[in-house]
Ligand binder design. Structure first.
Ligand SMILES: Nc1ncnc2c1ncn2[C@@H]1O[C@H](COP(=O)(O)OP(=O)(O)OP(=O)(O)O)[C@@H](O)[C@H]1O
Length: 444
């Protein structure tokens, strides 16, 4: 009989194979140990923050990184005030792969300019922030699409050492401040897009309240009411009253309803969410949802409410089909709102208050109703002086006297002054052109 143990032990091929197997297994264990050790070390030493593209802060952080990138690039190139070693590091860590982000900015004179900024592209980049070394990993998931924007789903992951974790909140607040500072002195108009609000065009230069000339005390009255409402959130809360206020501005076309709301938003530093109730595809649920998720510090504007909900329209089932799918009771429910303690200021405008259902404009839904009428003598004089200066007071008087007894809207006055913008006397001499318009307007 062959002694198997001594045979295998004496066999040099087997011993070598066994040895190799042992070495391989040892290496595998070591490798796995090293990987686990590295994972453990990573978990202990590093922290990361993931920002998905559907989160509001995503664009803020991208914008902030582009600004920091520009600053870092300038500093590294210029190198002033930076130690040599630090400058080399700054140059070394500058992103090698950047993506372009185009933005438009409206200047105070109304012109629009384009600016191109470089943001870190897909992949990993490193940078310093307040002395902490950070890694940015920007990844795109081509398989996941954001259904709202039809853009691929992206994430930015920021990683840094655990001891520096406080920089995350610093970055987020800096990014937010930076984004808000871009809109300072401007009014953002939002429009509904599916279940959310999206900015409509560029933020606009704030309209001055003094540029909208209303009759004596009207503007001051509304501004005081809104300010009082904004300052008394606790009062509403203590009494369990929903914290919302509704305003209805009614009156003939071109009397400054929309312009006043824009100027009011500018005065308060608020933005405007414009909701078109006749929009195709708007349902009761969406309307209700939109009113509850309106951005903070914004006025919700429902324009020409009579076009969407006159009494006649309510009686016509067919009309309801042709237009949006919002029902009258859906609108009332949306205005009454869910039990939300968030501040909600709703402005409605109409040219025909008499066509509105009393249920829509009862207190609680509409708390303040204000008529913005055709131009009064007071408005005519003030608009004249606003256009031609205070030294034209006497001309303003004769202009107003010439229009006495005629119906002219403030929009028509503006049009007339624009035609005669260089010459106050010519505006007075040609007042007949306005009277002609007034006569045409009142003809059937
Ligand atoms: N009271 C006013 N003071 C200054 N400008 C005014 C005034 N009323 C109208 N305008 C000017 O006329 C134009 C149209 O005004 P606006 O759209 O605000 O009127 P509106 O009452 O909302 O009209 P509509 O009922 O047709 O929507 C704007 O360019 C605005 O500057």
């Amino acid at each position: 009989m062959v002694d198997v143990a001594s045979f295998l032990g004496d066999n040099p091929y087997f011993s070598a194979g066994f040895g190799l197997l042992g070495v391989g297994a040892g290496l595998a264990v070591l490798r796995q140990g090293a990987r686990r050790g590295a994972d453990l070390l990573k978990r202990q030493l590093l922290v990361s923050m993931e920002i998905p593209s559907h989160d509001k802060s995503y664009q803020w952080v991208l914008g902030w990184m582009s600004r920091r990138g520009i600053e870092a690039m300038r500093a590294a190139e210029d190198g002033r005030g930076m130690p040599w070693a630090r400058r080399q590091i700054a140059r070394a860590v500058m992103p090698r792969h950047v993506a372009v982000q185009t933005s438009y900015k409206q200047h105070d004179n109304g012109s629009v300019s384009t600016a191109f900024t470089m943001v870190p592209g897909q992949g990993k980049h490193v940078f310093f922030f307040n002395g902490a070394l950070m890694q940015v990993d920007r990844q795109r998931n081509a398989k996941m699409i954001d259904i709202q924007s039809a853009a691929p789903f992206e994430t930015i992951t920021l990683t840094t050492l655990s001891r520096d974790r406080s920089v995350f909140s610093q970055i987020l607040s800096e990014a937010r401040e930076f984004a808000l500072s871009q809109n300072e002195g401007r009014t953002v108009l939002y429009t509904s897009f599916g279940p959310e609000w999206r900015p409509l065009g560029l933020p606009r230069k704030r309209r001055l309240l003094s540029s909208v000339v209303l009759d004596r005390g009207v503007s001051e009255g509304i501004v005081a009411d809104v300010r009082d409402f904004i300052a008394n959130g606790k009062w509403y809360d203590d009494r369990g009253i929903p914290y919302r206020r509704g305003y209805l501005l009614h009156g003939p076309p071109g009397s400054g309803k929309t312009s006043f709301i824009q100027a009011l938003a500018g005065e308060l530093g608020y933005n405007i969410c414009i909701l078109n109730l006749s929009e195709r595809g708007l349902t009761d649920d969406r309307l209700s949802h939109l009113l509850t998720v309106a951005p903070e510090r914004s006025l919700v504007l429902l324009e020409d409410i009579d076009a969407a909900f006159s009494r006649a329209r309510q009686q016509s089932e067919q009309a309801a089909y042709q237009q949006s799918m919002v029902t009258f009771s859906g609108l009332l429910n949306a205005l009454d709102g869910v039990a939300s303690s968030d501040e909600r200021i709703i402005f409605m405008t109409t040219n025909h208050i008499e066509r509105l259902d009393p249920a829509l404009i009862r207190p609680g839904r509409v708390d303040v109703k204000v008529l913005l009428d055709n131009a009064s003598a007071h408005q005519i004089r003030r608009m004249f002086v606003r256009f031609y200066g205070t030294d034209c007071d006497a001309l303003a008087q004769s202009f107003a006297a010439a229009l006495h007894g005629h119906t002219v809207s403030t929009a028509q006055l503006q049009g007339h002054f624009v035609v005669h913008k260089k010459d106050a006397q010519s505006a007075v001499d040609n007042v007949g052109a306005l009277l002609g318009q007034a006569a045409c307007r009142s003809a059937p």
